[in-house]
Design a protein around this ligand. Structure first.
Ligand SMILES: [Fe+2]
Length: 198
């Protein structure tokens, strides 16, 4: 018997899957948060595509990047970050894996959820989660595929915060910021930045 979930999965795996109606399931057009999310997601998508086009030798899937980058921050409304109008319950660091839960529940192929879960910081290792007692499930959340790495990196070049949204962020500034959080984040990002000629 074909279940409703299977039908949904088939629907969302269609090539012409449009991220906008998915975003609008959780965010109301016209609100400040919708604009913050849309603006940021579009900028990250453009940056991701720019990086991907320069890496044709690695054969990244541009069609996938176009949609997954638009959805990478879908979980933010479930978190607490008042400066960007997020009034949820969870700590902001949870927005990645919560976004994955939303997309998994909608029946999207798991690759979309992986992008959400693995894009915060420069990915977060299980060891890092446990040793810092982070409020996250105990599993590795580090980008694995080339598409996941590209979107994670591109995301660091734009801030959603209205105070900083117009500022240009350099590779050096990103590395310095990541170093303040965790040296391993900075190291991982530096390796990717070099690999991607950023
Ligand atoms: Fe983001």
């Amino acid at each position: 018997m074909v279940t409703w979930t299977l039908l949904l999965k088939e629907f969302y795996s269609l090539k012409n899957m449009n991220p906008l109606p998915i975003i609008e399931k959780f965010y109301t057009p016209g609100t400040k948060l919708y604009k913050i999310l849309l603006d940021h997601s579009q900028i990250v998508t453009e940056k991701s595509l720019e990086i991907a086009r320069s890496l044709s030798h690695l054969n990244p899937n541009l069609g996938f990047i176009k949609k997954a980058a638009m959805l990478h921050d879908i979980g933010i409304y479930l978190t607490r970050a008042h400066s960007i109008d997020c009034n949820g319950e969870a700590p902001y660091i949870c927005h990645g894996y919560l976004g994955r839960m939303l997309l998994d529940e909608l029946g999207l192929p798991p690759e979309y959820g992986f992008v959400c879960e693995r894009h915060t910081g420069a990915g977060i290792t299980r060891e890092n989660i446990m040793s810092n007692d982070l409020p996250l499930p105990h599993r590795d959340m580090v980008p694995v595929s080339i598409e996941e790495k590209i979107i994670c990196v591109a995301d660091k070049y734009h801030s959603k915060s209205p105070k900083h949204a117009d500022k240009k962020i350099t590779t050096m500034q990103i590395i310095e910021e990541l170093e303040k959080i965790n040296k391993d984040h900075a190291k991982r990002f530096s390796i990717w930045a070099e690999e991607f000629n950023l």
